[in-house]
Design a protein around this ligand. Structure first.
Ligand SMILES: C[S@@+](CC[C@H](N)C(=O)[O-])C[C@H]1O[C@@H](n2cnc3c(N)ncnc32)[C@H](O)[C@@H]1O
Length: 211
């Protein structure tokens, strides 16, 4: 697998974090697991999930889905592979950097899904991943991303600022990524809808490939 230099640190981080990721993340996952069915319920066809992690989304895909799940970290993929056994759809897990996707064919996918990937990816490489999403989606193919942002509410923001150093150290995640702007500046991805799942923090970005 080719890894972008900017992602080497994340790669190393997640190979360690994988061992305790599910336990550490559980307090948040208790919230996320209420959202995942609705995020994935209408997804059909050939689907690329980028940053599949420990496979928290896998059991919510419709049985007809043909899923390719990619992740930087082989240790995260090992966990996903175990979780994938209770999924209903066909799953192929591949160790790949979303900013390269060398082994992933162009124009193949009906959907790209990513939950909490872009908040983790360094700003410098986000446009590269977005270019890859454009390349691998069929014309008219759709995408749905779930990310987290700093709130405009000072009380919530203060709370986020308190946990931000921990969140960045352990997950590489930040609340100030500019994913929506990168998509707006992309050549072919068009945003059709955005909405928050909780407060003005958990943002869903949906759209289609305009090619
Ligand atoms: C915060 S976890 C989210 C996992 C999962 N999507 C979820 O919702 O629970 C972020 C995942 O993205 C992966 N990741 C980070 N940068 C990546 C990249 N450039 N290409 C592929 N995976 C990446 C990490 O290894 C990690 O498994």
């Amino acid at each position: 697998m080719n890894i972008h230099d900017e992602n080497l640190l994340l790669h190393a981080k997640y190979n360690v974090t994988a061992w305790f990721y599910d336990i550490l993340d559980l307090p948040w996952e208790l919230q996320y697991r209420k959202w995942r069915p609705a995020l994935l319920g209408d997804v059909r066809g050939a689907v690329l999930e980028a940053g599949v992690g420990t496979g928290r989304n896998l059991k919510y895909y419709h049985h007809s889905v043909d899923l390719t799940g990619i992740d930087l970290s082989s240790a995260m993929l090992d966990k996903a592979s175990k979780r994938g056994r209770s999924a209903h759809c066909n799953i192929d897990l591949v160790q790949e950097d979303a900013t390269h996707m060398k082994t992933i064919p162009s124009d193949k996918f009906d959907w790209v899904i990513a939950t909490f990937l872009c908040c983790v990816m360094p700003d410098e490489v986000q446009p590269l991943a977005i270019e890859q999403f454009e390349r691998i989606l069929k014309p008219g193919g759709r995408f749905r991303l779930l990310e987290m942002l700093y709130s405009r509410d000072p009380k919530i923001r203060r709370r986020q600022e308190r946990v931000a150093p921990f969140v960045e150290k352990v997950y590489g995640a930040r609340f100030d990524r500019k994913t929506k702007e990168y998509i707006e500046n992309s050549a072919d991805l068009k945003i059709t809808n955005t909405y928050f799942l909780k407060e003005d923090v958990y943002l869903v970005i949906e759209g289609a490939c305009g090619r």
